[in-house]
Design a protein around this ligand. Sequence first.
Ligand code: ADP
Length: 567
Amino acid sequence: MADPAHLPKNPARSGRHAGRRRKIVLSESALTVTLFLTVVLGLIQNPRLLESGSILAGLLLHLVVLTACVAIPWSGVPIRTALIIPLMDFVALGFIRSGAGESLSGVGLLAAFPVVWLAASRVSTAVAVGASFVGSVSLVWLPLLLTGDDLVLRDFLQPLLLPVMLTGLAVFVSALTRDRRSQQEALRASQAALRASSEAGRKRERLLGTVLDTVDVGVLAVDANGHDILMNARQRAVHAAASPPGNDDPNESQLLVYGSDRESLLPPEERPVRRAVLGEDLTAEQIWLGEGRNQRSMSISSRSMIDEDGAFAGTVISFMDVTDLALALQAKDDFLSNVSHEFRTPLTSILGYLELTMESGESLPAAVQGYMEVARRNALRLEQLVEDLLAINAGTFEVRREQCDVGRILSDAASSVRVKAQRAGVEVVNSSPPGLIAVADPGRLAQAVDNLISNAVKYNRRGGTITLQAVTDGDCLRVEVIDTGIGIDAADLSQVFDRFFRSPSVRTSTVPGVGLGLLITKTIVIEHGGTISVTSEPGVGSTFTIRLPQDGEIAGERRKSGETANA
Ligand code: ADP
């Protein structure tokens, strides 16, 4: 039976309200039909059945209740008011039962209808069971009371089986209803949670889509098998730029992907996307995409996705267009190279004439000779700077390894810097063993060591010291330049070998320099197949360590495998 009492209070829900009356009428009609059939069967057994006033009163009452079910505008009354109907049903059935006596068997069982109605309603189990018990007891006791006989306790106890059964039915239906209702509520709650979470998911998806199409970075996500699962608008443009002419849907190996020279196509296995798809995490790998005027430089980074089981689940790759930056750097290098070339010829001429004049200038006053010496020294410095710039721009320093006396190189370097060091109040101590033979380019090694010692003087303080050490340790020559100078901040340590880097404190000082010395030193060391490193403590000093392999084979292999110098 439907629960006609469980009806919404909100008049706005007119659809549901229209159903309220229908449910109430249907519920009551079920009793009406059963009652009608029962009476028809009773009339077959006893045609004078309807002569009983009680039965007629009961039937009349039921008819009134049914009419009320149809006539009352249920949407306008509190829903619990509808519970009056099953209670009235008990009364009507009580009258019918008292009038029928034994001739209308089973009429008491019809009380199951109002009992179920009450039990299935939204009233509490206690109220439903209580009302069912009272209703069904009055159903069996009313006829007794109406007889007017003298009644004993036994007369009241005897017919109690029916109320007990009906009360049990009320308990059962109430429990069942409550159970079904809590299931429905749980279902509704989980549906609401599902709706909320899918709405939240859609919102996140919209947000992600908007973010991805707003950022000026191409984003590509691929699954573990390398299939695209997401590509933003920017990345589609990047992909199109890398497609060969006439091929709108190229695969990865057909894309025009070039190395740093912008001319050699990268082999498929070296292409960043392929490597990222295979699980490699990339950080700012630079490549060129496309050809001609449309060629773009991309900085590519990627991060792998790992699922809950720790397995590779795909990767997200970002493509940042750094063409403007790459072209600006290229323009800067070209400019430096051109300017350096332009400086070289007049400088050579200036130096030549200065030296000529100084050689034949014994008759010149001493002051003029002093001025010319200063001019020559500065012209030499300028020449050195021009040479450094040209060498750095060329990217390599030619290195010819041979057996040489590293002890001699270090002692020469120490003596040539001594005058400058004395002027700065710094002591130079050469602790390297004399006659230390090793394999290196003597000129280039001297240049590298000179740079380190010159820095150790420049970035020192009065009373400071510089110690030179060298040792051959198995397959390696180790040269150390240790100073007790100003030291280098930890944040700057990783950059000291970068082009044009000068630490902020040095930049504001009067110490001369352009930030190329350490880069040149590092490049020389790399060309030897070696490494250079630095440890430093601000205010205490710095130690630069050069390691050069002493086995020709080792040096060659290291260079090939890219295990080169680093800071
Ligand atoms: P430059 O000396 O011309 O500035 P370098 O490439 O030789 O250029 O050095 C780069 C920077 O590293 C310097 O400007 C300085 O800040 C820091 N540096 C190098 N050597 C030392 C040192 N021995 N002690 C402290 N700082 C140093």
